[in-house]
Ligand binder design. Structure first.
Ligand SMILES: [Zn+2]
Length: 329
């Protein structure tokens, strides 16, 4: 818009009726969303500056796309590209709304349901679901890979959920090809769902949780709580000069002993004060309770997506910025 026209537009703002002000402000929000997403996508193109088709370094500006994103033409292969060519969001019609979903997932407020997002962004709920899955994939590196100093380790669990699974449908359609899916036995139900047993039942998927005082965090689904499994999970990520604080599950002691790591077993009953001011597992305990709050609205995420939900949780705790998602997809 020319400066002259812009001044005229601004001047006319005073003449708007209250209803028109609301309408105009809604339009401005929409435009701002769009430009925000475009800025991120363009920043991505500027950061790489290599042709995604042939890796050639030289390019020229080549107009803008229909969604108003800067297009480039490669001087090597003469093909055109933008900041999102070759990414998972290459074919999104509304990168701005995609960014809104990312903001909702990573913001300070509890995330909205798919249905709520579908209503507020006026998109089909399958579209929102697909976007959420793209974002979950982009968050796969949210957990830390190295822990040092005082390291707290513990486990929590997630109830098994076959939500969205087609196994019963397949079984009923063709029993000879698809065996009957397993079901809980009567003794596996307690009065309030499945009780936490001494060992975990097969319906409880164990999650190993690790945190250090430097802010590194990790939630990882593990196959079981055997010494071998715990050792395999911790060995590559815990520094040899670390001090390990746990609730005393045998696997931790075995791991600490075999790798020569100092190990404190913290035995505290609820309400009781920690034995020492430095050696405690309060950070991990608080992460566990935040995790329960986080998963409650999902009524138990489907087990096949559990890994993604764990990274989502870690990303929220670590305050990963939504606009970073547009650069990593
Ligand atoms: Zn090229």
């Amino acid at each position: 818009m020319k400066p002259h026209d812009f001044r005229r537009l601004i001047k006319h703002l005073d003449d708007l009726s209250p209803a028109q002000v609301q309408d105009a402000s809604r339009r401005i929000t929409e435009v701002r969303r769009k430009t925000e997403a475009i800025t991120e996508i363009e920043a991505r193109a500027q950061a790489t500056s290599k042709c995604p088709h042939c890796r050639h370094g030289e390019r020229e500006k080549w107009g803008r796309t229909r969604t108003n994103i800067q297009r480039y033409r490669c001087r090597g292969c003469r093909r055109t590209y933008t900041g999102r060519t070759g990414s998972t969001i290459q074919h999104l019609h509304r990168p701005d709304l995609f960014l809104e979903v990312a903001k909702d997932m990573l913001g300070d407020r509890a995330p909205s349901s798919i249905r709520e997002l579908s209503r507020s962004l006026r998109r089909n709920k399958h579209t929102i679901w697909r976007w959420r899955m793209i974002i979950l994939n982009a968050l796969s590196g949210a957990s830390s890979n190295s822990f040092g100093g005082i390291v707290e380790a513990d486990e929590t669990y997630q109830r098994e959920s076959r939500k969205g699974s087609r196994e019963w449908v397949r079984h009923l359609r063709n029993p000879s090809q698809h065996p009957k899916p397993p079901r809980r036995r009567w003794y596996e139900y307690g009065e309030k769902g499945i009780p936490m047993m001494r060992g975990l039942s097969r319906w409880q998927l164990p999650i190993l949780t690790v945190a250090d005082r430097g802010g590194a965090r990790r939630f990882q689904r593990i196959a079981g709580r055997s010494n071998g499994t715990i050792q395999m999970a911790l060995s590559p990520i815990v520094a040899r000069d670390a001090v390990l604080c746990t609730d005393g599950l045998a696997g931790y002691a075995a791991f600490a002993q075999s790798s020569g790591i100092e190990h404190f077993v913290i035995k505290t009953k609820p309400g009781q004060k920690a034995v020492s001011a430095t050696h405690h597992i309060q950070n991990i305990n608080s992460l566990h309770s935040r995790y329960k709050d986080f998963t409650r609205p999902f009524r138990g995420p489907a087990s096949k997506y559990l890994g993604g939900y764990l990274q989502w949780f870690i990303a929220r705790v670590g305050k990963i910025r939504p606009d970073e998602i547009l650069r990593t997809v």
